[in-house]
Design a protein around this ligand. Structure first.
Ligand SMILES: C[S@@+](CC[C@H](N)C(=O)[O-])C[C@H]1O[C@@H](n2cnc3c(N)ncnc32)[C@H](O)[C@@H]1O
Length: 301
C-alpha cells in the first residue's frame, strides 16, 4: 500500500481566510508547554521501546525550536515560570527519573546549540526518536513553516507541509507504520477549536484506531472545558485519559488558568507516570506554589 504521506497535499486555506496572529515564541517553555512536553516525551519513550518504526503526525507543529532569550519570549517572560524554573528545581527522585528524557533533551540542545534554546514538539520528538522513525509536521504559518523547514532540512526522516492540520488528520492517517502518535495542538485563537478538536479526534481514530492521540486544550472557560470532556467521553473511544494542571485561580474567560491533555490509547503506565510527574511539577508551575493536577480516565479500557 502506498503510504498516505505520499498523497498530493490538499490545498492550504486561501490566503487571508483566517488571521494567523499566533506565534508560539511568546509562550514557548511556559507551564502549559512543560506539561504538554513532559507527557509527549513519556509517550515517545514508550513508543521507542519496540524496535518497529513509529510515525509522529504533529498537526500544528510551530517553528520547532525557540530562543527564550529572543525578543518575543522576553516580552512575556512566560518561560521563567515554566521550563527555567523546572530546570533548577529539586524534584523528587521518581519524578526526576520520569522527566529525565525530556529535561536531558532540553539540556543537550542548550549545550550543543545555544544556552537559551527550547525545543518545540518537533525538536523534542526528533530528539527522542530512532533512525527508523518518521515524522510529518504540518504548519500553516509561512514564517514558522520556513523555520521548521530550515531546522529539519538535513533529516530525511522528516516531511514538513504547509497544510491545514485539521485536514492533515484526514489526509495522512493511518500511517504506513501503523503505530505512532498524532499530536493536535492548535493555538485556540479562533472560535470553534474545541469542536474542531473533537471532530479531528473522531475522524483520526476512525482511520487509525491503534494510534495514540494527544490533544491539547486551554483551561480558561470552565464550562467549555466541562462540555469538551463530556463530548470526548461520549465518543466512547477506549482508553481515554484526561490530564490537567491548574497554574492559577480562574479569573476570567480570557485568562489561562491551566491546561489539559486528552490522550487516547496512552501507554499503559502513563496514568501513574503523569500523576507522579504532575504532583512534583505542580508546586513549581503554579502561581500559589500549590497547584492542582487531575489525571483520570474519561473512558477506561
Ligand atoms: C500551539 S502552537 C504549536 C506548538 C507546538 N506543537 C509545540 O508544542 O512546540 C500552534 C501552531 O499551529 C499553527 N497553526 C494555526 N492554525 C493552523 C492550522 N489550521 N493548521 C496547521 N497549523 C496551524 C500556528 O501557526 C502555530 O505555530
Amino acid at each position: 500500500m502506498r503510504d498516505a504521506i505520499d498523497k498530493p497535499p490538499l490545498p492550504p486555506a486561501p490566503p487571508g481566510a483566517r488571521p494567523m496572529n499566533y506565534r508560539h515564541a511568546f509562550h514557548a517553555g511556559n507551564p502549559a508547554d512543560v506539561m504538554k512536553h513532559a507527557a509527549l516525551a513519556r509517550v515517545l519513550v514508550h513508543l521507542a521501546r519496540k524496535d518497529t518504526p513509529f510515525r509522529v503526525l504533529d498537526t500544528h507543529a510551530g517553528a520547532g525550536l525557540y530562543d527564550l532569550g529572543g525578543t518575543n519570549a522576553q516580552k512575556t517572560g512566560e518561560a521563567e515560570a515554566g521550563i527555567e524554573r523546572i530546570l533548577k528545581a529539586d524534584l523528587a527522585a521518581p519524578a526526576a527519573a520520569l522527566l529525565a528524557p525530556y529535561l536531558d533533551a532540553v539540556r543537550r540542545l542548550r549545550a550543543e546549540s545555544g544556552p537559551r534554546l527550547y525545543p518545540g514538539s518537533p525538536a523534542l520528538a526528533l530528539a527522542l526518536s530512532r533512525p527508523q522513525d518518521r515524522f510529518l509536521f504540518c504548519e500553516l504559518h509561512k514564517e514558522e513553516k520556513a523555520k521548521l523547514d530550515r531546522r529539519t532540512a538535513s533529516d530525511s526522516r522528516v516531511k514538513v507541509m504547509m497544510q491545514d492540520g485539521w485536514q492533515a488528520v484526514r489526509a495522512h492517517l493511518p500511517p504506513r507504520e501503523r503505530r505512532g502518535l498524532v499530536l493536535i495542538d492548535p493555538p485556540f485563537e479562533e472560535q470553534g477549536e474545541f469542536k474542531r478538536l473533537l471532530d479531528a479526534l473522531k475522524e483520526g481514530h476512525e482511520r487509525f484506531a491503534t494510534g495514540t492521540f494527544m490533544l491539547w486544550y486551554p483551561i480558561k472557560d470552565l464550562r467549555a472545558v466541562d462540555a469538551f470532556r463530556r463530548d470526548v467521553a461520549q465518543l466512547r473511544l477506549p482508553k481515554t485519559l484526561r490530564v490537567e494542571l491548574d497554574f492559577a485561580e480562574v479569573r476570567s474567560l480570557d485568562t489561562l488558568s491551566g491546561s489539559g491533555l486528552i490522550i487516547v490509547n496512552p501507554p499503559f503506565t502513563l496514568q501513574d507516570e503523569m500523576r507522579t510527574i504532575l504532583t512534583a511539577l505542580a508546586p513549581h508551575l503554579s502561581r500559589d506554589g500549590k497547584g492542582r493536577s487531575r489525571v483520570s480516565w474519561l473512558v477506561a479500557e
